[in-house]
Design a protein around this ligand. Structure first.
Ligand code: MTE
Ligand code: MO
Length: 315
């Protein structure tokens, strides 16, 4: 193991190019070599994030250039931990994502709860490399690890009245400094139409880059819907509620004019403050130009879900 680290220098990697991920691995290696129980010396969040996951590789996004682990985990939107991009990585360090259960309620055969461990056994975990597009105009490519949301929906046994699903994020103002400020109507609430939830691309992510989700990315479980703007991807999900009416999401309540329920990536419908026709890839470098944004973020197979709908109105 130590040999590995020594080999880094002959390979010509400059210290400035070593990511915090590398430093973390190095620290762990050194601690192991010293015969120390490494986990006990880590902060809770670090010990959690050190766990690796068993998953199957898939072909999704295999030709995409990944956004670095450093960027994925240090440039975040997670308003419960502050509105600055660097706030969540810092403020969520002490957040404890285990033990964790999700409440399943509403239009289901019976209300029940599921632990994160049970959830992870509903279907084989898969790695899915997805392009992610934030409505603010930036994008990333992230290797998620998770399972299709469909596996949980099937387990939940929704009734015929279930037309939509609400996803409620964990809310604890005592431990989430951003949740003490009314920038959004807490708890963070998002929603999908039932057929969107069952679409095979829709993922419940429990990890990224092969390890359990870092707190700032929504540990222990968050929604990932790659053809929609990033804000649909509710983090730290605590309740999943099957409902008959279209949910009024936190963002719709904040500004219905700016944030629609569907929030499909659509270069033809601009947000009042940000263009949606192009995007900036995070980490691409100062000389990289903006990329043209594609309809449905390039996931054309979802188009059929919206056949006949006016997507200028249903934005
Ligand atoms: N609970 C909760 N979930 C959230 C948010 C939030 O503020 N709170 N921000 C959303 C937005 S705007 C984006 S772009 C993505 C960012 O996910 P990432 O930090 O893992 O890239 O999370 C989404 N999920
Ligand atoms: Mo976003």
């Amino acid at each position: 193991m130590l040999l590995d680290n020594n080999r880094r220098n002959p390979s010509g990697i400059l210290p400035s190019e070593i990511t915090s991920q590398d430093l973390f691995e190095q620290r762990r290696t050194v601690l192991k070599a010293a015969g120390v129980a490494a986990a006990s010396l880590l902060l809770p969040a670090q010990a959690h994030a050190a766990q690796t996951l068993d998953f199957q590789k898939t072909a999704y996004g295999k030709d995409e250039k990944l956004t670095s682990y450093e960027d994925v985990t240090s440039y975040n939107n997670y308003y419960e931990f502050g509105t600055g991009k660097e706030d969540p990585a810092r403020e969520a360090v002490l957040f404890k994502p285990t033990p964790w259960t999700i409440k399943i309620e509403g239009a289901v055969k019976q209300n029940k709860t599921i632990s994160i461990e049970q959830l992870m056994k509903l279907a084989p975990l898969e790695e899915r490399i997805y392009r992610m597009r934030c409505v603010e105009g930036w994008s990333m490519v992230i290797p998620w690890v998770g399972l299709p949301l469909k596996a949980l929906v099937d387990w939940a046994q929704p009734t015929g009245n279930a037309k939509y699903i609400e996803f409620v994020s964990y809310n604890d103002p005592r431990h989430m400094p951003g949740a003490r400020i009314p920038v959004l109507d807490w708890p963070y609430l998002e929603g999908l139409r039932m057929d969107e939830a069952m679409q095979p691309l829709t993922l419940l992510a429990v990890g990224l880059y092969g390890k359990v989700l870092p707190n700032q990315n929504g540990a222990p479980v968050r929604l990932v819907v790659p053809w929609k703007y990033g804000f649909k991807g509710a983090k730290a999900i605590s309740t999943i509620r099957f409902v008959e009416q279209m949910p009024r999401t936190s963002w719709m309540k904040a500004s219905a004019r700016e944030y629609g329920f569907y929030a499909n990536v659509n270069p033809a419908v601009d947000h009042p403050r940000w263009t949606q026709s192009s995007e900036k890839r995070i980490g691409a470098g100062v000389f990289a130009g903006r990329i043209k944004t594609k309809m449905f973020n390039g996931y054309d197979e979802v188009g059929q879900l919206y056949a006949g709908m006016d997507l200028q109105k249903n934005f």
